[in-house]
Write a protein that binds this ligand. Structure first.
Ligand code: AMP
Ligand code: FES
Ligand code: ZN
Length: 301
């Protein structure tokens, strides 16, 4: 198999794009996909101070590498969740990556907030991963606002986004459908949030890590019964196998043509948000979700 661009020996085949690339041309392909996402949705400018949430997995590491490589001012933020074994590994991988590629890194220890995840798990009845997600989003936002960043980037990829779209669609969750996408503008005390990898698959980010020499963590969260949306991801992989390119078409079609309708609908029904009286985080209830968890944990009176 030959590289579609330069005719050298190809190292990776991409049926969804009906193409194959050698290593150098693959890096160019990856860069262009990220640039296209940024340009089409006005995700970032070179004046932005970007904080990238780095979990230690392939997606957020590939994203950080690519944004730094494109000349953006990036700082990594890793949240140490205090989960025995898995958090230590994730923290080490993230730290080593940032050292190797000379990237600024901040580590936020969740146990210092009184919210070590194993302790939270003991006290709640909901699945801990969903509460953990809520806590992480809260601290991503707070950290970015408190430290003068202008935008927060996460490593969500095409597989994540299409699985989420299918799940939202199956439930016709119009509120989620109205703001699912690569850009959430800053408003009501929320930082601007972007997902510059939304055009790239899990396979493609893993491949970038391999070619660039980025070591990444494999271990899923030990409290999770599987990766999120596992079943939808399997269904979509089967669809993609039979109809290469379908995932990206489905998602881009939603962004270009489907989403407007849900936005209009939600403008009419929008819920009003007010600052949480304890911490200022936007909430539709009395206290925000994380302050409620803190109260229950006895961290806050
Ligand atoms: P996940 O929900 O685990 O698929 O993660 C989605 C994105 O959230 C990742 O690509 C990261 O950008 C970010 N993220 C997840 N966990 C952490 C963490 N412990 N610290 C920093 N960022 C994280
Ligand atoms: Fe954090 Fe499962 S506990 S993702
Ligand atoms: Zn609060």
């Amino acid at each position: 198999m030959k590289c579609r661009r330069c005719q050298k020996q190809a190292v990776v085949a991409l049926p969804s794009h009906n193409t194959a690339f050698c290593a150098d041309c693959y890096l160019l392909f990856f860069k262009r996909q990220v640039e296209k996402a940024i340009k089409d949705h006005k995700l970032l400018t070179q004046n932005d101070k970007v904080v990238v949430a780095i979990s230690g997995g392939k997606d957020s590491l590939a994203l950080t590498w690519q944004l730094a490589n494109l000349g953006y001012d990036v700082t990594g933020l890793h949240i140490d969740l205090a989960i025995p074994d898995s958090s230590e590994k994730a923290r080490e991988i993230t730290t080593n990556f940032c050292k190797k590629f000379n990237i600024k890194l901040k580590i936020l220890e969740i146990k210092n907030e009184g919210l070590a995840i194993p302790e939270v798990k003991k006290r709640i009845r909901r699945p801990v991963c969903s509460v953990c997600g809520q806590i992480k989003r809260y601290y991503f936002n707070k950290f970015a606002l408190d430290h003068g960043f202008t935008v927060l980037a996460t490593g969500h990829n095409l597989n994540d986004e299409v699985a989420r779209l299918l799940s939202n669609t199956l439930r016709w969750d119009t509120a989620y459908l109205s703001d699912q996408g690569p850009l959430l503008p800053a408003e009501n005390g929320f930082m601007r949030k972007v997902k510059p990898l939304y055009r790239l698959t899990e396979f493609e980010t893993a491949n970038l890590c391999y070619l660039v020499g980025i070591e990444y963590g494999f271990t899923p969260c030990p409290y999770s019964s599987g990766a999120s949306f596992t079943y939808y991801k399997q269904l979509l992989d089967e669809l993609e196998f039979n109809q290469p390119g379908r995932k990206l078409q489905f998602y881009e079609g939603f962004l270009k043509r489907g989403q407007k309708a849900f936005k209009l609908l939600e403008q009419k029904q929008g819920q009003e948000l007010n600052p949480c009286p304890e911490c200022g985080y936007p909430t539709s209830g009395e206290l925000c979700g994380v302050c409620r968890i803190k109260k229950m944990m006895g961290v806050m009176k």
